[in-house]
Design a protein around this ligand. Structure first.
Ligand code: SF4
Ligand code: SF4
Length: 204
């Protein structure tokens, strides 16, 4: 990594961002293990959603990597094409060849955003301080009794799950923005790529 890129890496606290992601991944894996639920191979229902909203910040490590690998223009073009045809599914989602709806994978899985890491296996805080298991519809339909049981265990404090609310507030502290706007996923990726591009042009 050259000195300019290294400075940008440090400025945006990428090491700490990635450490937060690693912690979220570990906690999610532990939770999956405890409750005995996991995604099916090549399930892509959540990535096929047309209304995913995320922050710019959570895609900065991926944006950085695109510039580093000289792929930034390619992905910006893919986003532009998707916008022109009104396709709002995440550009990094690749449908499995010949497969029906809901089967596919993320081509940038290792650097996916925070939401992508927590979705389906995390809780949201309600206004009374309780934790609602925000399970995805695929798992909910197939495991309705286990989901009710998991919610009971969470309510009693017998088990813990990653909290989407807490992880986003930690992200907010890390990037020092307490009003992090959410954008449709491709817009957030585009803004993240442009942000790093601007830094590359202007950073000393
Ligand atoms: S979180 Fe749910 S929708 Fe997403 S991949 Fe896992 S099972 Fe499928
Ligand atoms: S970045 Fe990857 S995991 Fe996240 S929504 Fe896009 S395809 Fe899915």
């Amino acid at each position: 990594m050259n000195e300019r890129l290294l400075n940008i890496w440090k400025k945006y606290r990428m090491d700490e961002l990635l450490a937060l992601y690693e912690e979220a991944d570990n906690f999610t894996a532990q939770f999956k293990n405890v409750v005995g639920l996991d995604c099916q191979t090549f399930c892509g229902h959540c990535c096929e959603k047309k209304d995913i909203e995320v922050t710019i910040y959570e895609f900065l490590p991926l944006a950085f990597s695109l510039w580093e690998k000289d792929e930034a223009d390619l992905w910006l073009q893919k986003i532009e094409v998707a916008e022109k045809v009104g396709d709002t599914i995440c550009v990094f989602y690749k449908k499995a060849a010949g497969e029906e709806k809901g089967k596919g994978f993320c081509v940038k899985y290792g650097l996916r955003g925070l939401l992508c890491r927590l979705f389906g296996f995390s809780v949201l805080k309600n206004k009374n301080g309780g934790h609602i298991f925000a399970v995805c519809s695929v798992l909910k339909i197939k495991n309705i009794l286990s989901i009710e049981h998991i919610q009971e265990l969470l309510d009693k404090g017998v088990i813990n799950a990653p909290s989407m609310t807490d992880y986003y507030s930690r992200l907010s502290c890390l990037v020092n923005d307490f009003n992090m706007p959410m954008y449709p996923v491709n817009t957030a990726v585009k803004k993240a790529v442009e942000k790093i591009g601007y830094e590359i042009e202007n950073c000393e």
